[in-house]
Design a protein around this ligand. Sequence first.
Ligand SMILES: [Zn+2]
Length: 262
Amino acid sequence: MVYNKAYISNDPETHDNETALDAMAGDGGYQVEKYLGNYLRAKMKRDGKRFWAGDNISEYIENDHVREQLIDEATEAFELVLDRLLIDRENDPNSKGTARRLAKMYYNEIMAGRYEPGPDATAFPNDSQDRYEGMLVVRSELRSMCSHHHQPVSGVAYIGIIAANKLIGLSKYTRIAQWCARRGTLQEELANDITREISKATGSTNVGVYIQATHGCCENRGIMAHSSLTQTTVLTGAFKNDPSVKKEFMDNIKLQQEFAPR
Ligand SMILES: [Zn+2]
């Protein structure tokens, strides 16, 4: 389905979403929406689907053509932003392809966790007689972006779980954490998101996530503090309720930090 060729442009704020969706769903007799992005936003509103900067909306990005189309539309919008910033993108050789570079970077890199489905975390049974019942602590490098100013956030998450009836491959912890991070986030939200997704993938209700990160928002603007570090901790189940489990988690983090300081 081609979304963008002949639709009449409309203002998404004043637009009747149902009419647009009905028209789109029809046989193409008439077309009312110029931008696929506006169509998808109307669809998400109709479905009651939240699409905040930290939300995954991969079920609306059906295939690579949709993504390419959205990148084209974002390119057009970034061109306008550069124009409004009074940057000569026609003659400045460094700014010529910038709008497209930005659009691709958002969709394919720094916000890829919004548009891609979660990593496939195949689970292996952990229910035999010699099942592992101990704690597992995985250190994951994170790159994220604050949703307020779109400044880089970079740090490390320590993910702790007490194994339940399934185990996932060790690299999957990091893949899941990075999938949560590659969106517009707040560190507090990110810690919650990682906890929830790890719990979902492992079936464990005993999960702890500790994140330590530096924020471009503090370093590059505002207070310009170059050595500021933010820590967030989310503890569930035994991590929250059993002081010895919490201590073991924190001790493990310290051991990991000695090994790979951050
Ligand atoms: Zn910020």
